[in-house]
Design a protein around this ligand. Sequence first.
Ligand SMILES: Cc1cc2nc3c(=O)[nH]c(=O)nc-3n(C[C@H](O)[C@H](O)[C@H](O)COP(=O)(O)OP(=O)(O)OC[C@H]3O[C@@H](n4cnc5c(N)ncnc54)[C@H](O)[C@@H]3O)c2cc1C
Length: 498
Amino acid sequence: MRGVDVMLLEKGDFCSGSSGGNHGLLHSGARYAVKDPESAKECVSESRILKGIAWNCIEDTGGMFVSVGKDDPGFADVFHDACKATGVRAARSTAKELHQVERNLSDDVADGFLVDDAVIDPFRLVLTNIEDARRHGATVRNHCEVVSFERSDGHIGEVKFKDQRNGSVGSVVPEVVVNAAGSSSGSIASMVGGNLAMTRDYGTLVVFSGKLVSGTVNRLRPPSDGDIIVPSHTSMIAGTTSRSISGPSDARPTIEDKELIIKEVSEMVPALRGARAIRAYGASRPLASGSSGRGASRTFKLIDHEEGGVDNLISIIGGKLTTYRMMAERTSDAVCAKLGVRANCTTGEEVMEASRLDEAVTLVSASQSESMRRRYGHVPSEMMNVVPVGSMGVQSCSCENVMRFELEHYASSEDVITIADLMRRTRAGMGYCQGTGCMWEMASALSDEGDIDLLIRDFVRERREGSSTVIEGDQLRQEMFRSHLLWPFQAARGGEER
Ligand SMILES: Cc1cc2nc3c(=O)[nH]c(=O)nc-3n(C[C@H](O)[C@H](O)[C@H](O)COP(=O)(O)OP(=O)(O)OC[C@H]3O[C@@H](n4cnc5c(N)ncnc54)[C@H](O)[C@@H]3O)c2cc1C
């Protein structure tokens, strides 16, 4: 958009890092108003901007902060003052008013505030950015891992990357390199001799089937474990935790995390105890400061490594999903300053291309059209190009109501090589059966991608990791059912034991 040639290299799929492992809460700023006012102010302005430029990724549900029986009654005034000071809109409300908005709230809710929180679909947001960047001429490649840099005289002369599709190694000669590798930013900087102090802080989230809340519900107390529940498509996501970790091997949800989240969140929404947990997942927060966990600020840091001896490397770390656009603006300002480019950033004003509404597609029924609108924000007309005559009505994923032509549309993209890639784009496989039925459909849509056995095995392994901490009751029956369905497949290939 500023006339600079840009290439993005992503080692996994887009959104396979923390940006796909979060709560999906578009923060109004209220959560940070008391302890982290700078971050709160960033959220106020960015959440307003995103509701305009990325409207197709956002459900403007509203949200609330509630105090429950034993909570400190004095905190409400502190919270209210902090919201006023940071520009966060917060309307004080009685328990009765809050119950009128959320009927599943606990009878122990004393009072609280209505705020402008919203729900953002992180996968859609990232894909919308990718699509928009491509339309502006960027080269964007997933499954391409940066493996080394050639540096001489304090300057990066070449970046080498490995394409996971075929193992080939490519290279690019950059003028400036931006290190935006989330929790791996420290390792990337050290590959070129740069230094980056970062904290890895892991958070767990639990997904439940169905919805008991219509907007976000937060606990009215300083940020702590298990104090948020967010509605998301056909499910709800409760979280989170904050645990310092040393490396990727500790980065997984534990049964203790899950139980803590259910105990705490059900103090606000008691019916959660009876809801069906279908999956737990998590991610590490790439925090900027030296302090760890809840004490660390959620604002971001831009580091020009020139002082550290690398004149064309910039790192951007910390922040929130909510503030990603502001982080990108500051980063591209720094890049443009190095390149002598004077054009201004306009991402705050221009609606992203993929967020513009396509013409109504008459081929789909009203209910399909509505479910696609909820999933994608609009009905992409180009999707219809892959629809073979007569196949409009074939449903591939009944949990999420995904049609065969949606799978075929995304399967034909060069970005999509695994079943999980297809799932992130369509939501097929994200429902309560976790792909038991539709993974076969997804594999067949991807049949050009080679080894179907491998595709299925990788997907089943990934889904099982997510369900292992929540597996009880109905979800245990579901998992047994899946095992029985898989057994002939595995046995026919001389594979794993039942
Ligand atoms: C549990 C949890 C809940 C959260 N909830 C929210 C929320 O509700 N709202 C909110 O606004 N924020 C939330 N956040 C914060 C938010 O998710 C993160 O701040 C944000 O997603 C970080 O984005 P990032 O681009 O810096 O990192 P990432 O999304 O992790 O992106 C970095 C990317 O770099 C890639 N990469 C790494 N090494 C290489 C390499 N060698 N070559 C190429 N690519 C590489 C990775 O694969 C990854 O995709 C939450 C965070 C956590 C952990």
